[in-house]
Design a protein around this ligand. Structure first.
Ligand code: HEM
Length: 362
């Protein structure tokens, strides 16, 4: 038996609790709120570390040719943990906001040119989720990476060269079986169901004419544009155009795989995959909510001043909120959902493939 373990030593509290060194304390006038500023950032970095730990394990599970179904349970549990941490990350901004803009001004200039741009872990989180630096919006990459020290830059570049969750999920969705099994192409049935639904809508518009002919034709035009939207699922050229315009990221095959899971989420085999996709949307949504809340906080602290890292401050952060999403395709898939009553009825064979199998031995 070794020495009994000690609370403080186990948690390395000596290092941890001696790691708050306010810049203002170097002069004669230590600013009271700088300690809060430091501790809040440190707590964030610790949670980022935990999220990276969970994310790495999910990426590890997906980084193979066949994802073992048994592991999906573990993946979903880890995603839920990430989501719970994200809720804390959003909530704790209010602690930072107990510091007023005037109090922040007392030490802000001492921090220049340090800024959140230099959070390597935040950058790694974005990259591992699928937002490579060159996919980020409105940032001059040289300027952006230029904020990092040479060794931090290397760490970020190494992360960029590793597999990311977006690409791995895309490949997994492309491999989803079922839709072309036993000589039946499910998507032919789906397209028939969509056509029947849209024709029904056109009939309703024509039968219940409320306004002028022009209004009716604009409603019919809307149905037509919905039709084109659906076509983009099956027409490679239309799909490629959306990708080129930055409106879609997943491959067409991956979109179809995800759509099948969303449509038949209640089938036993698809329940965990459905939870998995829902959690990806939750992670995206919480990330975006954090960005938005952080932008608001920066606004109240800085007004229209520039950030310590040299960006336009609140304006930059607001744009980054809208334009740096990970799994926006999953959100857009709701466009292609049909009411349950209008879904193609699955063949008995396919139903059985999607079921749990158990046969009691008499
Ligand atoms: C007084 C509080 C804060 C203010 C006024 C503020 C302001 C800003 C500004 C203006 C930027 C843009 C970069 C720049 O030009 O500096 C930024 C970026 C960033 N900040 Fe904060 N921030 C605050 C607190 C926090 C906290 C508590 C965190 C937690 C880790 C944080 C994390 C980040 C990150 C990760 C970025 C980079 C975001 C991106 O590139 O999209 N900030 N912040």
């Amino acid at each position: 038996m070794g020495k009994p373990i000690d609370y403080g030593k186990y948690l390395r509290l000596e290092t941890l609790l001696n790691s708050q060194k306010p810049e203002s304390a170097k002069g004669s006038n230590e600013c009271h709120d700088e300690t809060l500023f430091i501790i809040t950032h440190q707590v964030y970095e610790l949670w980022f570390k935990q999220i990276l730990h969970e994310l790495d394990s999910v990426i590890g599970i997906f980084n193979c040719e066949v994802v073992d179904e048994h592991d999906l349970f573990k993946v979903v549990a880890r995603q839920v943990r990430i989501i719970e941490i994200q809720k804390i990350l959003i909530a704790q901004l209010t602690v930072m906001e107990t510091m007023t803009a005037m109090d922040f001004l007392e030490f802000r200039d001492l921090l220049i040119p340090a800024s959140g741009f230099q959070s390597v872990q935040f950058r790694q989180l974005e990259i591992k989720l699928g937002l490579a630096t060159n996919k980020r919006y409105a940032v001059d990459q040289e300027y952006f990476l230029g904020q990092l020290s040479a060794s931090d830059r290397k760490r970020v570049e190494r992360t960029e060269s590793e597999p990311n969750l977006f690409n791995l999920v895309e490949a997994w969705l492309e491999r989803i079986p079922f839709t072309a099994s036993r000589g039946v192409d499910f998507w032919v049935l789906y397209q028939e169901a969509v056509n029947a639904m849209l024709e029904g809508e056109e009939r309703i518009i024509q039968a219940h004419r409320r306004g002028s002919e022009e209004e009716e034709s604009s409603e019919l035009k809307n149905v037509n544009s919905t039709r084109r939207n659906f076509e983009s699922l099956f027409d490679q050229q239309l799909h490629d155009e959306l990708v080129a315009e930055g409106k879609r990221r997943f491959s067409r095959q991956a979109m179809l795989g995800a759509l099948f899971i969303l449509l038949y989420r209640e089938e036993p085999i698809l329940q965990l995959p459905f939870n998995f996709l829902t959690n990806l949307m939750d992670i995206d949504e919480h990330f975006t909510s954090w960005r938005y809340r952080h932008a608001l906080m920066a606004h109240r602290m800085l007004g229209r001043k520039v950030g310590t890292g040299g960006s336009s401050g609140h304006e930059y952060l607001k744009k980054a909120t809208d334009n740096n999403r990970f799994f926006v395709d999953l959100f857009n898939l709701s466009t292609f959902l049909l009411p349950r009553s209008k879904l193609p009825i699955l063949s008995n064979d396919l139903k059985r493939d999607l079921d749990f199998h158990f046969q009691a031995v008499p």
